[in-house]
Design a protein around this ligand. Structure first.
Ligand SMILES: N[C@@H](CCC(=O)NCCCC(=O)O)C(=O)O
Length: 257
């Protein structure tokens, strides 16, 4: 009997598309995230367009993993007890309303969870951590953003090293104690949530990778973008392969085969 596809839930962004009077609300998902799930985790990306918080458990029962994508939007600072530092920052409170509860449900139920960039930040906030809203304004910190004028090749190209904790999963996936990563973010981890263990740091000390300590299943997050041209990066290949295998293992448990 043909095995059903492994299903990975990617929460959508809520975005106004169009200009002025003609702008309209849309639900959007970055193409490169969906393609990485399909081509590199060997799973089927799925969207649930409109989810109420009380539907999370019933929808989680239908999927084998969750991937929280990056986004130009930011977690609303009230979610981590701060005031909005810059009113021009793009926000997406509808996404916050879903993802912060979704993270807690994934951790509680042992659903494989991968966070990328905004998704990395969401996991930290969902579990009680805080964010720096403008890393580039912190003394001793680098600017982790990219010029919007650069090509995508430039924006998502190698930007800085990340040094991994000795013998951690990222070091094993990279085959080294460090890796060059891209960097497309203005926010970053302030206080790491209790229960998260930092596994990688940028040269300026910013946390760039963590795990959920004692997680029942795959539960990792990165500040960089492994979904960018996965096949060209052995660390990204290993990361998505491991995520896909964890989702496959859940499918066996979920479907009994
Ligand atoms: N907005 C937050 C998170 C940054 C982020 O997710 N960047 C990726 C944006 C576009 C993409 O999906 O590749 C921050 O600035 O820290």
């Amino acid at each position: 009997m043909k095995k059903p596809p492994i299903l990975v839930w990617l929460p959508a962004d809520h975005r106004l598309l169009g200009t002025g009077e003609r702008s309209m609300p849309f639900l959007v998902l970055g193409d490169k995230y969906a393609r990485a799930v399909k081509a590199d985790a060997h799973a089927q990306p799925v969207l649930f367009p409109l989810v109420d918080a009380d539907q999370i458990d019933e929808l989680l029962a239908l999927v084998d993993g969750v991937m929280l994508t990056g986004s130009p939007s930011n977690v609303h600072p009230t979610r981590f007890g701060a005031d909005l530092a810059d009113p021009t920052l793009m926000l997406d409170e509808a996404r916050d309303d879903l993802t912060l509860g979704l993270v807690q449900a994934c951790v509680a139920q042992g659903v494989p969870l991968l966070g990328i960039c905004r998704g990395f930040q969401e996991i930290n906030v969902a579990l009680g951590g805080t964010l720096h809203q403008k890393v580039h304004e912190l003394p001793g910190h680098s600017d982790h953003r990219q010029s919007p004028d650069g090509s995508y090749e430039e924006q998502y190209g190698p930007s800085h090293t990340v040094r991994f904790e000795q013998d951690c999963v990222f070091a094993r996936w990279a085959g080294a104690d460090h890796a060059m990563v891209n960097s497309v973010h203005g926010q970053g981890v302030g206080r790491l949530a209790q229960g998260l263990r930092a596994l990688g740091h940028a040269p300026d000390g910013l946390v760039e990778a963590f795990e959920v300590e004692g997680a029942q299943a795959f539960a990792y997050a990165v500040q960089w973008h492994p979904e960018w041209k996965v096949a060209q990066n052995p660390l990204s290949v290993a990361l998505f392969h491991a995520f896909g295998e964890a989702c496959r293992a859940r499918q066996v448990k979920r479907l009994g085969r």
